[in-house]
Design a protein around this ligand. Structure first.
Ligand code: ADP
Ligand code: MG
Length: 238
């Protein structure tokens, strides 16, 4: 059953269309990879689904649990059970990891969530979520904070970027924890090897989805970051 349904979504910035007639469905409990080259519009799609400031569709619909959400503010979408782990999470002065992991409608134990992202609670609960954390540590804390919410849908925007040590094996573990808690995952990546750990995958190119199917064939189509579907019209490969 579809949990997230996106129909014919378009989003423009001055002088340019970023998304153009994008269709995508994510089923309840599904791990769905969204793969595309840098600049393809993956983070833009994440912000449109989450309802970030300034991100409203020019055309199209976004439904969650069969209800339209594209006019709702971010906090209402969060309350419905949508969470985003940012590609580049912000740092906050004066906020401890313990406090950060208690924000929002938390259902899981903070210590348990830290363990799942490879951080020892004894070492991290009293650390500050500020610039004293490395990119790697901040990214792990971000994943732990989203795990603590057990959202119905989590958008992981490039979960391994900035993380030196997070292996694919570790990422599979984190995603397995989301799955065990009943979360669907929209796994955003520019890496074909990460695409392969999903249940299903879609490729974003030229502002829309150019292929959806089993991760192996979508990854194969994307191999080398060369898109087999576009004709250079509006494509932004590395
Ligand atoms: P990806 O996450 O796939 O690397 P992004 O969604 O970050 O791609 O960006 C896609 C394109 O849209 C980029 O060229 C980016 O500069 C542009 N873009 C996205 N949002 C805005 C915005 N608010 N203003 C201007 N350009 C934007
Ligand atoms: Mg991005």
């Amino acid at each position: 059953m579809a949990l997230l349904e996106i129909d014919h979504l378009s989003f423009h910035v001055p002088a340019r269309s970023v998304l153009d007639g994008l269709d995508l469905d994510v089923a309840a409990g599904e791990i769905h990879a969204l793969v595309g080259a840098n600049g393809a519009g993956k983070s833009t799609l994440a912000y449109l689904v989450m309802g970030c400031e300034g991100y409203r569709p020019a055309t199209g619909e976004i439904r969650f649990d069969h209800h339209r959400i594209d006019d709702l503010p971010l906090h209402e979408r969060a309350r419905l059970g949508i969470s985003l782990a940012w590609q580049e999470p912000t740092r906050y002065e004066g906020l401890s990891v313990r406090e950060y992991l208690a924000l929002g409608h938390v259902v899981a134990d903070a210590q348990d969530c830290l363990h799942h992202v490879g951080l020892s609670p004894n070492d991290y609960l009293n650390r500050m979520v500020d610039k004293t954390l490395s990119d790697d540590e901040r990214k792990r804390v971000e994943l732990a904070s989203v795990l603590a919410l057990a959202p119905r849908l989590v958008i992981l925007d490039e979960p391994t970027s900035g993380i030196d040590l997070l292996s694919i094996r570790e990422l599979i573990g984190v995603i397995g924890t989301f799955k065990a808690r009943g979360s669907a995952v929209l796994l955003i990546t520019h890496r074909e090897e990460i695409t392969r750990i999903a249940d299903r995958a879609s490729q974003l190119c030229g502002g829309h989805i150019v292929g959806t199917g089993d991760p192996e064939s979508v990854a194969a189509g994307y191999q080398g970051r060369v898109c087999w579907h576009c004709d250079d019209r509006d494509c932004h490969h590395d």
